[in-house]
Design a protein around this ligand. Structure first.
Ligand code: GLY
Length: 347
């Protein structure tokens, strides 16, 4: 690992361009790295148009939005986390309060909501009109034998076309675009999530991951995002790592910790992430047919500023750009960089 002078740098998942810009502004003004990444992801948590994080996130199978988040602060080596928390738009800030105000690391469910109330967080419904329609469309899709069902053995294939005309009868107020989107998320439940990692000029590092988790999940299902060592891990002697995508696969390989350990043992960020992806693939005997349904991404930032985003499957768009990218800000405008990948999906 090179002993380069540390510099301000922020990386995030592809939905984190604005998060990176905000965090970079804060780093430049001397803010703490954890405050910077949290302020960055707060933008996405509060954005009703991002249906994978915070307010407007897609709900569980009962129509209730349940959020998961964790934070890890490199300089103090402390961390905090909340899971299955309802009614609070910014779970990353509640995770920070767990870290700062308690002797615990993780608080879940009703306890997390009660704790947030006591800390002065405002309670509000997290379901938007769009996410409510998507949930109702998902409920209808269950009548379709090809619709997604949590109690089935795997992910089902959607019908070739969304039944827009039929849905329009039941949701006359919704636009066709909303219904087409709602059908696609009904039959392909998204995992979304944002992970954001930062390094500053003092060599300090922090990270956070926040999500509404798997759409239509069984109430109480917790993914990788709030799990320290899976959704996020920081050891500023080495680097930081995080993940988005299907949390179940990340939990099985403790991806965040695995990647940081890989870097500790000399792997550059790209190889460290690809090794984690190989461990995911190994759990399916590298059977590409079974792996085809899995979307999982890793992000790594080494203490010298070298970084990588990696994905199980990437594909080239007709214009030659890669479909899977991650966000980077190293001092200028935030930009998307292509993820390295284990497998290429033909368009
Ligand atoms: N990675 C987000 C989740 O699976 O919940």
């Amino acid at each position: 690992m090179s002993a380069a002078t540390p510099r301000n740098i922020v990386i995030s998942s592809a939905n984190g361009l604005r998060a990176c810009s905000k965090a970079m502004d804060m780093l430049r003004s001397g803010a703490d790295t954890l405050d910077a990444v949290i302020a960055g992801v707060n933008i996405i948590e509060l954005d009703p148009k991002d249906h994978s994080v915070g307010y407007g996130g897609l709900p569980n199978e009962e129509g209730v939005v349940e959020l998961d988040a964790c934070v890890m602060h490199g300089p103090t080596r402390r961390c905090g986390s909340v899971a299955s928390i309802r009614n609070i738009k910014t779970p990353s800030l509640v995770a920070k309060a767990v870290m700062e105000q308690t002797d615990h690391i993780m608080i879940v469910g009703d306890g997390a909501l009660k704790f947030a109330r006591e800390m002065g967080f405002e309670e509000t419904s997290l379901l938007t009109d769009e996410s409510r329609i998507a949930w109702l469309v998902w409920k209808r899709s269950l009548r379709d034998p090809a619709g997604h069902n949590n109690w089935g053995p795997g992910l089902d294939s959607p019908p070739a076309k969304a039944p827009i005309a039929e849905l329009k009868q039941f949701f006359p107020e919704a636009t066709e675009d909303t219904l087409a989107w709602a059908w696609s998320v009904a039959v392909h439940p998204p995992k979304g999530t944002i992970n954001c990692l930062a390094l500053n000029t003092r060599g300090e590092m922090s990270g956070t991951t926040t999500t509404s988790g798997l759409a239509w999940k069984i109430a109480g299902r917790v993914g990788d995002s709030p799990l320290i060592g899976a959704g996020c891990y920081v050891d500023q002697d080495v680097g930081a790592a995080g993940s988005t995508g299907r949390g179940e696969e990340n939990i099985r390989i403790a991806g965040g910790h695995t990647i940081v350990e890989n870097m500790r043992h000399g792997m550059p960020p790209k190889e460290a992430c690809l090794d984690a992806l190989k461990r995911v693939a190994r759990n399916f005997d590298s059977d590409r047919n079974r792996l085809a349904a899995i979307d999982i991404n890793f992000y790594a930032l080494r203490r010298d500023g070298e970084h990588a985003g990696a994905t199980l499957w990437n594909s080239r768009r007709p214009d030659g750009t890669w479909s899977k990218t991650y966000s980077v800000n190293d001092g200028g405008e935030s930009r998307l960089e292509p993820c390295v990948y284990l497998y290429e999906k033909k368009a």
